[in-house]
Design a protein around this ligand. Structure first.
Ligand code: 5BU
Length: 279
């Protein structure tokens, strides 16, 4: 049977049981874009301007909503308008890491009410399966999807080896809500015990640490190219932040647009090569 590495986004969308995963795969196919832009800026105006510029070229916007200094809920309403206008999904990169009861509150409530607007979010597997139970109690009724952090892009990351394998086993035990991983490579069949089979599991792999012009940021971040990530490592979505909006919070919309187009093209080309090489 073909693994998700060899299948098109469209055929995976048809088969996926989770609504948020399906919506993302359909968006990728419709827009011919596996590019997610990570918008880590501290002012509402910069945040919304960058998203409006890159919107046509992306399948997903990744947020860290807690870094917005002048946050009020209207920024979420604007973000949702842009999501409709440009046809992209939303992923709050919250990296939950606490006991089930606490993460359920953090996900549903507080100032940000993440579950109400973010199609995808993520969690560290470090607390064990109860973190999934807690988040699913909020997210599943809303049709949301969860990604586990199986690996990180940073130098010296501890999320390797047995930890990564346990993360995949945790995901495998909750296929209704956990749709995949933040990771640096495909996870098909990782952590299977003797006699177990991967069946028709289809984990989405979203990958940060993507850059075409630099190898790192001097603070531990490590960059690989879209080709290395999508073609060589079999990941599904490239996540790009500063490579697109630069050092000046995306002050020059033409430069931001040009970079978004460039990364979209590179990511899609790598996917097409992957499919061609395996079909
Ligand atoms: P950059 O500007 O492309 O380096 O931003 C990368 C984004 O992805 C940033 O929001 C990080 O918080 C996020 N990230 C990451 O870089 N590496 C990881 O392993 C994980 C998230 Br998980």
């Amino acid at each position: 049977m073909a693994t998700s590495f060899t299948q098109t986004y469209a055929s995976r969308a048809e088969k996926h049981a989770n609504q948020a995963a399906r919506a993302l795969l359909e968006t990728i196919e419709r827009k011919r874009s596996n590019l997610c832009v990570s918008v880590d800026v501290t002012k509402q105006a910069d945040f919304l301007r960058i998203i409006d510029v890159v919107g046509p070229y992306i399948c997903l916007v990744k947020t860290h909503v807690d870094v917005i200094e002048d946050f009020d809920y209207s920024v979420i309403e604007r973000l949702q308008e842009l999501s409709t206008k440009h046809d992209f999904q939303i992923f709050e990169d919250r990296k939950f890491a606490d006991i089930g009861n606490t993460v359920a509150l953090q996900y549903s409530s507080g100032v940000h009410k993440i579950a109400h607007w973010s199609h995808l979010t993520n969690a560290h597997p470090v607390p064990g399966p109860s973190i999934i139970t807690g988040l699913a109690s909020v997210g599943l009724p809303l049709g949301r999807g969860l990604l586990l952090l199986a690996e990180m892009s940073t130098k010296g990351s501890l999320a390797t080896g047995a930890y990564t394998e346990e993360a995949v086993r945790m995901a495998r035990a909750s296929p209704d809500f956990v749709i995949g991983f933040i990771a640096q490579r495909r996870m098909d069949g990782v952590g299977l015990r003797e006699g177990e089979s991967a069946g028709d599991e289809d984990f989405l792999i979203l990958t940060p640490g993507v850059g075409l012009d630099t190898k790192g940021d001097g603070m531990g971040q490590q960059y690989r190219t879209p080709r290395q990530v999508v073609l060589e490592s079999g990941c599904d979505v490239i996540i790009v932040g500063r490579g697109i909006y630069g050092k000046d919070n995306g002050a020059n919309p033409d430069a931001v647009r040009a970079q978004a187009e460039r990364y979209r093209e590179e990511g899609w080309k790598a996917y097409q090569e992957r499919i061609a090489a395996t079909s």
